[in-house]
Ligand binder design. Sequence first.
Ligand code: NAD
Length: 246
Amino acid sequence: MRFSGKTIAVTGGGSGIGEAIVRRLAGEGARVAVLDIDEANATRVAGEADRARAFRVDVTDAAALAEAFTQVVSEFGGLHGAVNNAGVGGPFVASANYPLEWWDRIVAINLSGVFYSLRAQLPHLVAQGGGAIVNMASICGFIGQAGTAGYVATKHAIIGLTKTIALEYGAQGIRCNAVCPTYVRTPLTLAELNDPEVWQQLDARHATGRCATPEDVAAMTVFLLSEEARSVTGSAHLVDGGITAC
Ligand code: NAD
């Protein structure tokens, strides 16, 4: 019960990796705020976990995020940690033809959404006397990937943002790290890739022989949020089965 008495917020907590993080945190005693644009999914996930509550919020709306975090703090009595996980994938198109509306959308959700979330969370964490933040990046924050300029650019940017927050707020007891998963079977990836043969080929590219699971990513995230990671900040942590090792 590493998180007994702690309140942790998870954006994009209504599906996939975020859902696994919510379950794991609740299982370890946390009160969990499940923030998602998909209210039905957020309510389902919160309903299945102990001490969890759903909040509908669009991470591209800075004012709505500020309001949501004020509500989280007033309902739960504080904020001790946050996982900025909400994100989208986008199309596979080479850059000259990458749709500009998708560029704007992916930057708004994957990058501005994380920055706006941080701005909404940091005053509460400072008031609380410290806390831990995890921003969800990707192996695409370490490497390039043809056809996914928007996704790769936003995930690289999240790592720089993570380091900057760690430097700015370390003295106030706040740690900030990024988690960088490899391919994970979730609604996000399955919407684009639903061919089992392609997944088998992806599995085979990993030293471990398989893609990661949402639970694998949740395990790293929860470690970084915990006191056991008190010396870990400003860094990006691969959960990639060795796919980027070569
Ligand atoms: P998912 O689609 O299962 O979950 C994403 C959640 O974010 C959904 O519940 C969705 O409603 C929510 N969301 C989307 N836009 C939002 C918005 N504007 N405001 C609030 N919530 C919003 O996807 P996932 O695979 O679990 O992805 C979670 C995170 O992990 C993303 O940041 C993604 O880039 C990252 N990631 C995923 C993989 C993978 O292979 N699945 C790999 C590396 C990184």
